[in-house]
Write a protein that binds this ligand. Structure first.
Ligand SMILES: Nc1ncnc2c1ncn2[C@@H]1O[C@H](COP(=O)(O)OP(=O)(O)OP(=O)(O)O)[C@@H](O)[C@H]1O
Ligand SMILES: [Mg+2]
Length: 321
């Protein structure tokens, strides 16, 4: 099984596939039978996923499929009703969100959560607080230890901003930046916690096509620079199909397919989940193009609307389940 960038996905004992280069390392993340119920709703059920040490993986699926809920489970915002999460082999059960962050999971949010009135640099330094080594008195009395750590943090913030060539906005108020730039600052802030796994929830939302293309290159650069795993939730299929090595597709809280982007694009169950309709095998190429269109369009409207448009386009009937 080959991914678009030529890396090879290989099976591991837990019945998962990861990039071949990661086969001798402990997986960055393993989810076993993960599930959560809200009232009667199984928002996520029987979720099993293994992410290789340096894998760029994608978590996709229609609106309301449970993708963000998986991120909330991984970061212990929610405690799972069932199952286990292993971060680099360590069970994160019972940890606080801060402990999970310290243990190595960094994330961005679907809705940007920056401190608008702080500068870009201050937003990043807030995330570094846990790694700054000065005592209470150093801080209160402004002793040399405090200034040493502040200087180190300042340098680190600028180095991280350099990934996106954003050093020039370090002193700008975060809330004054355009939307796409705020999303990039959120990624930098997540990197400031020195994660082993970086979770990005719709990082391209609100970005224009040229910003999205830059983001694609930068996600690879982040993985290659920090040797970490990246898990991406995204509706922009062009981004997902180009940057991800392994994909996992959720629908109604359940995994309906896993595999390389090429496999996922041709998977009839995936196509049906997005379009709500069965297609003949001969249609698969056309349909995979439509799948891409559907999900790209999905960013600007409900997926029912997108599916309806696509059904009109294909001249065939049918509606989403
Ligand atoms: N705290 C909660 N309480 C009750 N229901 C919830 C809660 N969080 C999520 N849900 C429900 O769980 C389901 C999955 O939601 P989730 O936000 O994970 O979807 P998603 O795949 O991220 O969708 P989108 O692509 O629109 O962001 C939805 O039906 C949602 O209403
Ligand atoms: Mg979501």
């Amino acid at each position: 099984m080959y991914t678009k960038d030529g890396s090879n996905l290989v099976p591991v004992p837990s019945n998962a596939v990861i990039p071949e280069r990661d086969i001798n390392d402990m997986p960055a993340l393993e989810c076993k039978n993960l599930g959560i119920t809200f009232g009667g709703l199984h928002a996520v059920e029987n979720f099993n996923l293994t992410i290789g040490r340096t894998e760029i993986a994608g978590l996709i699926g229609p609106n309301g499929a449970g993708k963000t809920t998986v991120f909330n489970l991984l970061t212990n915002v929610y405690q799972p009703t069932t199952g286990t999460i292993l971060l680099n082999g360590m069970d994160t059960h019972g940890m606080s969100t801060a402990q999970v962050s310290k243990a190595g999971i960094g994330r961005t949010f679907q809705n940007i959560r920056l401190f608008n009135n702080l500068t870009v640099e201050e937003n990043i330094m807030v995330a570094m607080d846990k790694s700054m080594k000065y005592g209470l008195f150093d801080g209160l009395l402004r002793l040399p230890g405090f200034f040493r750590e502040e200087k180190k943090a300042h340098q680190k913030a600028l180095e991280l901003l350099h990934i996106f060539e954003m050093e020039n906005v370090a002193s700008h108020r975060a809330g004054s930046l355009p939307y796409g730039a705020q999303r990039r600052v959120e990624i930098v802030r997540a990197l400031a916690t020195d994660p082993k796994v970086l979770l990005l929830d719709e990082p391209a939302a609100g970005m224009n096509p040229s910003e999205t293309a830059d983001l694609m290159a930068n996600i690879r650069k982040i993985r290659d620079t920090f040797h970490i795993a990246v898990v991406l939730i995204e509706h922009d299929m062009n981004l997902v199909m180009n940057v991800c090595e392994g994909l996992c597709v959720l629908n109604f809280g359940r995994i309906i397919a896993k595999g390389s982007p090429a496999e996922i694009q041709k998977n009839p169950t995936v196509i049906e989940a997005y379009l709500g309709k069965s297609h003949s095998k001969g249609d698969s190429d056309k349909v995979s193009d439509m799948l891409i269109d559907a999900i790209v369009e999905n960013r600007n409207g409900s997926d029912t609307e997108s599916a309806a448009k696509l059904v009109q386009k294909s001249g065939k009937g049918g509606k989403r389940k």
